[in-house]
Design a protein around this ligand. Structure first.
Ligand code: FES
Length: 283
């Protein structure tokens, strides 16, 4: 069975092109041209993912629709991706903060087709040939660990290694293969910090919380990063660009305070330098 995506957008050209792209990549697609119709379609079609335009009949229609969906117990689990021509918070209406909109990601138009497909895969898993291949891999992993103690954890490790996190749809697949309730799988995932339920950010910021770095100012630098990006440690920005995590000693205490972005180490970091450092990754 194919995964289903609901597109809610009043831009007929965008809808047509996006529908073709998604269908060519193995998804079922249904469409709506405004928030009200979209809400109705969600109930009728039970999509696995929603792409929702921000500005339709009025400027904040996408945000209001997302809030209404999040308040509905029957549909609040469906991930929503907000698409907009005003992707930066500064371009949103004054009283609307992106952190208040219950969406997983915000994608700014024009959207690169590869990015769109990658986001769809991130939130609802693979389709078609790739999915069949992964189910084959999953079958092999399950076969290997089936009768061993602690098998669920080992299998979840393998899934996270493959995806970078444990996608919702893969958890469903695992329920079927292992004959365990979904609640048990989520119990394990949420018990261990190691397991992630969201896709990793494109750039991983690691803040050293070791003693030397802590004493030389990591908390102040961390505050600055949180202020700029609007996320806490353990979270990813809604554009998926940065993920923030705290780590133990990075092994270069002489450079304290130390932060790392992906593989690059920044030593003796000053609070005032943080914006420039982050900007290197957004050029
Ligand atoms: S304490 Fe930060 S690098 Fe050692």
């Amino acid at each position: 069975m194919k995964n289903k995506i609901l597109l809610i957008d009043d831009d007929a050209d965008f809808v047509e092109a996006t529908q073709l792209l998604l269908e060519a990549n193995g998804y079922d697609v249904c469409c709506a041209s405004n928030g009200k119709e979209g809400f109705q379609k969600v109930k009728e079609e039970s999509p696995d993912l929603i792409f929702l335009d921000m500005m339709m009949t009025y400027k904040t229609e996408g945000a209001e629709t997302a809030k209404a969906m999040a308040a509905d117990a029957a549909i609040k689990m469906i991930p929503i991706i907000l698409i907009t021509g005003a992707g930066k918070e500064k371009d949103f209406p004054m009283d609307l903060k992106t952190s208040d909109i219950p969406v997983k990601r915000i994608l700014e138009k024009p959207i690169n087709p590869e990015t769109l497909i990658q986001v769809a895969k991130s939130y609802i898993g693979l389709t078609g040939k790739e999915r069949r291949e992964f189910v084959g891999t999953l079958d092999a992993i399950v076969g290997k660990w089936k009768d061993k103690e602690g098998n669920l954890i080992m299998i979840l490790h393998a899934i996270q290694k493959h995806y970078g996190y444990v996608p919702r749809n893969v958890s469903f697949e695992l329920c079927r293969l292992l004959h365990v309730p979904l609640a048990r799988i989520y119990e394990v995932i949420t018990f261990y910090n190691y397991f992630k339920l969201e896709p990793p950010g494109k750039n991983l910021i690691s803040m050293c919380m070791g003693t030397a770095c802590y004493l030389k100012g990591t908390p102040q630098i961390l505050d600055e990063i949180k202020n700029i990006l609007g996320i806490e440690a353990g979270e990813t920005t809604k554009d998926g660009f940065f993920q923030l995590q705290n780590v133990r000693c990075l092994g270069c205490c002489g450079l304290a305070p130390v932060m790392m972005i992906n593989d690059k180490v920044y030593g003796k970091v000053q609070r005032g330098e943080v914006m420039d450092i982050l900007s290197e990754y957004t050029k």
